[in-house]
Design a binder for this molecule. Structure first.
Ligand code: UDX
Length: 447
């Protein structure tokens, strides 16, 4: 079993650290945020992630998982030092490397004996070389180290399972034996392992996230066409996804993608492309379509209600997707801001993410359950497909509303069921009121 240090106890670091400990390794999780470390040492988990609390508790009690703010204590005994610090977007969309650089300097100062430094954060292509040069600058030839890129592909809400049963493990290094050493940490996994060079591994991560975002933007563009042309995007996705060459994932139309990764990574890749003389036209369109999806919610509400000022809108779901309390780049947050900006009265409900939403939108009105949120509302907007929203009694909810109108941004409901309770219902990409055929005939005749 190995001695592992994980630098950075955010999503990736905390999940990776506790999973490596659960596999039997001795893990030290390190973070410069002392209050976070104090909380973890007191058994407080800073994020909502199914299964994580148990994993942390079990491995702390077994003595395999410790939390510290001390580089001096954590780095020297480690065989493997994982860098899992944040890489926020800079003003031009570029990934800001200040946390990675700071971590590299402090790791350099404390290295002792042969150490493999593994980058798990999503970092621009070339960062592994940068970390290597920072360590050389600080320690010269005094240290024995190798750099490996091992990007993490975990999704929030299923992070523990994604770590323990990954579709693939990507390892990039200029030193094949260091890559094999990191591979040995995953020896009990059955997942395929790809060993490649550093820069290729770094690119695999960006390309994967950008491709997933592209698929969602693609289906959302098709959804907008379905609305005009009288087709149903849910069936279109199903029909496409059964083609093995296409596959089913990331083809659910909705109000657009969000979260801490897609926007940051698409922007960073776009930036990398642009500064290296490439023309990232597709990536720009992926971003633009996503922006449009959010604006289209406002347009649909305005059209249906005949304005927004003074109307009350209940927003159900504020996290960027279900099973997380994360509201970073959540479509709901931007849409709430736009609605408030247009003079609408907004009341939000979410099973876990309201405290985070209230930090983002000062003075946000919230309710403790969906029925409280819809009281007196002129419209309900479904922003996140939480499972519990399937249990809402819409007869009861409708009776408390001023106008029974649902804009279902996640195609969670069957329109017939809602309409049978007296609701006006609009989903995404459900072309139930197509443009008259004569318009198309006219266009075709003219072309
Ligand atoms: C993503 C990647 O999946 C993960 O591999 C990477 O490490 C981090 O970024 P995450 O941000 O947790 O993970 O979210 P994900 O589940 O991929 O969803 C991203 C967004 O796309 C969400 O807002 C989700 O609602 C949206 N989405 C996803 C759709 O709108 N339609 C879909 O079909 C799939």
């Amino acid at each position: 079993m190995s001695q592992i240090c994980i630098v950075g106890t955010g999503y990736v670091g905390l999940v990776a650290g506790s999973c490596f400990a659960d596999l039997g390794n001795d893990v030290v999780c390190l973070d410069i945020d002392k209050s976070k470390i104090d909380g973890l040492n007191a058994g407080e988990i800073p994020i909502f992630e199914p299964g994580l609390e148990d994993l942390v508790r079990r491995n702390r009690h077994a003595g395999r998982l410790v939390f510290t703010s001390s580089y001096q204590r954590a780095i020297p005994p480690a065989d493997f030092v994982f860098i899992a610090v944040d890489t926020a977007s800079g003003p031009g969309g570029e990934a800001s490397l200040s946390s990675v650089e700071a971590a590299a300097k402090r790791i350099a100062a404390n290295l002792d004996g042969r150490t493999i430094i593994v980058d798990k954060s999503t970092v621009p292509v070339g960062t592994g070389d940068l970390v290597s040069s920072i360590i050389r600058q600080h320690r010269g030839d005094d240290v024995d180290f190798h750099i490996v890129s091992n990007p993490e592909f975990l999704s929030e809400g299923s992070a523990v399972a994604d770590f323990l049963q990954p579709d693939r493990i990507v390892l990039g290094s200029e030193n094949p034996s260091a890559a094999r050493d990191v591979a040995s940490l995953y020896r009990s996994f059955t997942s395929p392992i790809i060993i490649t060079d550093l820069r290729t591994a770094e690119m695999i991560k960006y390309a994967s996230n950008a491709f997933l975002a592209t698929r969602v933007s693609f289906i959302n563009e098709i959804a907008s066409m379905c609305e005009r042309l009288g087709a149903d995007v849910t069936e279109v996705s199903r029909g496409m996804g059964l083609d093995k060459r296409i596959g089913e994932g990331y083809l659910s139309a909705g109000v657009g993608w969000g979260g801490s990764c897609f926007r940051k990574d698409v922007l960073a890749l776009e930036h990398m492309a642009a500064v290296n003389g490439c023309h990232p036209q597709l990536l720009r369109a992926v971003m633009e379509i996503n922006r449009d999806m959010r604006r289209s919610v406002i347009r649909k509400l305005r059209e249906q209600l005949g304005g927004l000022r003074g109307f009350r809108v209940a927003v159900l779901g504020v996290s960027f997707k279900p099973n997380t309390d994360d509201v970073r780049d959540a479509p709901a947050i931007e849409i709430i801001r736009l609605l408030l900006g247009e003079g609408a009265d907004v009341v939000a409900y979410d099973p876990v993410a309201l405290p985070n939403a209230a930090n983002e939108v000062k003075g946000l009105k919230t309710a403790t359950d969906p029925y409280g949120a819809v009281e007196g509302a002129d419209a309900v907007f479904i922003a996140t497909e939480w499972n519990e929203f399937n249990e809402i009694d819409w007869e009861r909810a409708g009776a408390a509303m001023r106008r029974k109108f649902i804009l279902d941004g996640r195609n969670l409901y069957n329109h017939e069921e809602l309409e049978s309770c007296g609701f006006e219902y609009i989903g995404v990409g459900q072309g139930r009121n197509p443009s008259p055929i004569s318009e198309f005939a006219a266009v075709n005749a003219a072309s």
